[in-house]
Design a protein around this ligand. Structure first.
Ligand code: HEC
Ligand code: HEC
Length: 426
């Protein structure tokens, strides 16, 4: 039987839920001043940081071009793969798979793009130091777009010449494009590959013009990705009410989520790593996760990523970056030591914003649900496959209810970005 929606019944429901909220609040221990400071430090979602390496980062024309490129399957060898294949807007820019699949299956889980805008290092192992340099990785990855940069320059010239030139200046002419080899790109680890040979055979000005166009694909995509910041969630409404000193703040977040928050910033120790408005310390830790089913070999994580980013063709300080080469530039890279023992098997702490919508979880999709993730923190089974488990990680005390932590994590889901950024544009 369904309840008749009379004004009286509605009023009764409102009364019921009001008293439930009031009752929940009465049972709560009030937050101490240090707890309150911690809670407020997690909210609201961050404003955009300056992108030093990309002078087109906040150019709206670049963002609109980047949006088209993000959804364009023409940027893949098979014509079947776009960024959006693995970063679907409706899934908060993830793919719902344990491990992503492009042309082939990769050994990593596709993280959300929302909330990566301010990170000093991207990818689970931080092997790129900007979003524009990141975007160039999957394009030339054999398992993902399996594309190459001469094909990318040709595609830009055929489909986007006018828009591109209005933003970035001239592309190679029709004749220059026609003279490019079919598939060419550098392959530092495989110089005998036909694509690497074709690349080596090109004249330096030709290589440079093609790479410039390729780099600008990344810069346009970054400008688009900057429109995809996470938006305020129920937890933020609660934090904002606490900030105003609203006596009724508890109506913004139900009792289990408030209990979960208490564990998150207290006994659970989660906030040691998941802190700040993105709920990540942006650092790398080895949790000693179980191996993912079907993945062969061990993943060195940050120790490999730190080495790769220092040698990256597009890192801060190269001719492709717009960062001014001042004394303080590229500091993040200078202080990076790939030999650092704790980097072995470590992965970046992910943002927890919208986490209820971005499963499966962890760098290789080891867990399907948030309940499984919390179950892992409760028991910390086994030992690290490589390196050692982060020494600060402790089993959750028995007093912490798993479902409360899950309720808190669910309260971090905000709306998707504005609808105009969720489709191929045009
Ligand atoms: C085949 C699926 C696939 C495609 C296609 C793909 N990605 Fe990804 N993306 C992934 C996976 C998997 C990772 C994590 C890889 C890793 O850490 O090694 C990732 C990581 C990222 C990250 C870093 C997120 C973070 O938290 O550090 C961004 C940003 C991103 N992708 C954007 C893009 C863009 C832009 C494109 C298109 C040019 C693209 N992706 C194409 C699967 C894909
Ligand atoms: C020592 C630092 C540290 C602590 C403490 C910690 N985490 Fe994490 N968390 C991480 C790292 C690092 C990852 C990613 C690990 C990986 O992929 O290998 C992660 C992953 C997660 C994920 C999966 C997110 C995703 O998108 O895949 C969730 C959910 C999570 N943590 C919640 C929690 C909760 C709840 C607590 C407290 C009980 C907690 N974490 C404590 C560092 C930490």
């Amino acid at each position: 039987m369904t309840l008749p929606r009379t004004p009286l019944a509605t009023a009764a429901l409102v009364l019921l839920s009001l008293s439930a909220a009031a009752c929940g609040q009465a049972n709560d221990t009030p937050w101490t001043a240090p707890e309150l400071r911690l809670i407020l430090s997690l909210s609201p979602p961050p404003a955009l940081a300056y992108s030093a390496g990309n002078r087109f980062a906040d150019d709206d024309r670049a963002a609109r071009l980047g949006q088209k490129l993000f959804f364009d399957k023409g940027l893949s060898r098979s014509g079947q793969i776009a960024c959006a294949t693995c970063h679907e807007p409706a899934r908060f820019f993830t793919d719902g798979r344990a491990r992503a699949k492009g042309v082939a299956e990769t050994n990593r889980n596709a993280p959300t793009v929302m909330g990566t805008q301010n990170l000093p290092f991207v990818f689970h192992d931080g092997r790129k130091d900007s979003l524009w340099a990141q975007a160039l990785g999957p394009l030339e990855s054999d398992a993902e777009h399996a594309f190459d940069r001469t094909a990318a320059a040709r595609h830009l010239a055929a489909s986007y010449r006018t828009e591109y030139e209005a933003i970035f200046g001239s592309l190679p002419s029709q004749a220059e494009i026609a003279a490019l080899p079919a598939q060419a790109r550098p392959r530092p680890l495989d110089s005998t590959h036909p694509q690497a040979r074709a690349w080596a055979a090109m004249a330096e000005p030709q290589r440079s013009a093609v790479t410039r166009a390729f780099v600008n694909i990344g810069k346009a995509i970054e400008a688009y990705e900057r429109k995809l910041l996470p938006r305020p969630a129920p937890f933020d409404a609660y934090a904002s009410a606490l900030r105003r000193g609203d006596a009724d703040a508890a109506r913004m977040l139900d009792a289990p989520a408030r209990q979960g928050l208490r564990a998150f910033i207290g006994a659970g120790g989660c906030v040691n790593c998941h802190n700040g408005p993105l709920l990540t310390d942006m650092a790398f830790h080895n949790l000693g996760l179980p191996p993912a089913a079907g993945v062969i070999g061990v993943d060195g994580g940050r120790s490999v990523g730190a080495d790769q980013v220092r040698r990256d063709e597009f890192r801060c300080g190269t001719q492709w970056s717009d960062a001014t080469p001042t004394a303080g530039a590229c500091q993040e890279l200078h202080y990076l030591n790939p030999q650092f023992e704790d980097f072995l098997g470590a992965f970046r702490t992910p943002t927890l914003r919208n986490v209820a919508r971005t499963g499966p979880y962890m760098h290789a999709g080891q867990f399907a649900t948030l309940a499984e993730v919390v179950g892992f923190y409760q028991t910390l089974p086994g030992r690290a496959q490589v390196g050692h488990r982060d020494l600060t990680l402790q089993r959750l005390p028995g007093s912490v209810q798993a479902q409360d932590l899950v309720a808190f994590l669910e309260s971090l889901t905000g709306p998707l970005p504005e609808p105009r950024w969720l489709d191929p544009g045009g």
